[in-house]
Design a protein around this ligand. Sequence first.
Ligand SMILES: [Zn+2]
Length: 317
Amino acid sequence: MRRMTVTMLGLLFLVAQCRAEKAPPLRESYPPRQVAEGVWVIHGPLGVPSPRNQGFMNNPAFVLTDAGVVVIDPGSSVQVGETVLGEIRKVTSKPVVAVFDTHVHGDHWLGNQAIADAFPDARIYAHPKMIERVARGAGEEWLEVMRKLTKGATDGTRVVPPTVAVRDGDEIDIGGVRFRILHDGKAHTDTDIMLLLPRKSVIFLGDNAGNGRMLRMNDGSFRGNIRALDRALASGAKVFVPGHGLSGGAEVAAGYRDYLRTLYEGVKALYDEDLSDFEMKPKLLPKLAHWKKWVDFDSLVGSHVSLAYLEVEAEAF
Ligand SMILES: [Zn+2]
């Protein structure tokens, strides 16, 4: 019996070792683009995590300050985080001193591990609701999602949670660069922070906006997301960095907001006519034609209509 237990333990250990084995680094290189002085964005490929993109599909960014480098959303895995560090190394030899995670979705922050391994003193900031979710296991759930979607390309990644809470209105000065936090209740999720760099006129929108790619709204609120983007548009920023897709000017935030608003207002009008959600989609598609070429439009528009329907219904009561 004892021998069997030892053998079983040995086997379990082996299984754990196999699962923990680290998958190879990213095959492709993704050069960063400078969007403002000292502000760089690595625009990831569009689409959902897959074996082909090895799970990399968000927009990690880094900001150079006098105190060191600040990373925003280091990506979905240790592999992506290491790629981000490699790109930072080409620009500066300064250490990474801080990380901001824009929200709880794992494609944005599981790369924390790579930063923490290389720079254990770097502070990792997030909204308190995100810190709470991760403490309750959201990170492990996301590890599993990434592993399945990429067929193991993110293996070797472990959860390194954010630990420093930031709230709406907080201003954090790092090496002469100011980061202002914007959080507007539930938007894309209830954990989102947007980061405004007032002196650089740059705003990081997180997944409150995609550009050329639709985003899931399952954890979000249409009205809250529209409100957050209105606020971003009124912030004085000139450069808008979305969670997915290319950075640009105000049109990045306005384009996604207009999609959400057209869809939500459309659902609301049809709700008042007593239509059910499946009857609404064909009536709404012509109004949404402007966005129909966006990546994942076809796979997400149906769920967006259903989710907006539920929100309109909740609002009506
Ligand atoms: Zn997201």
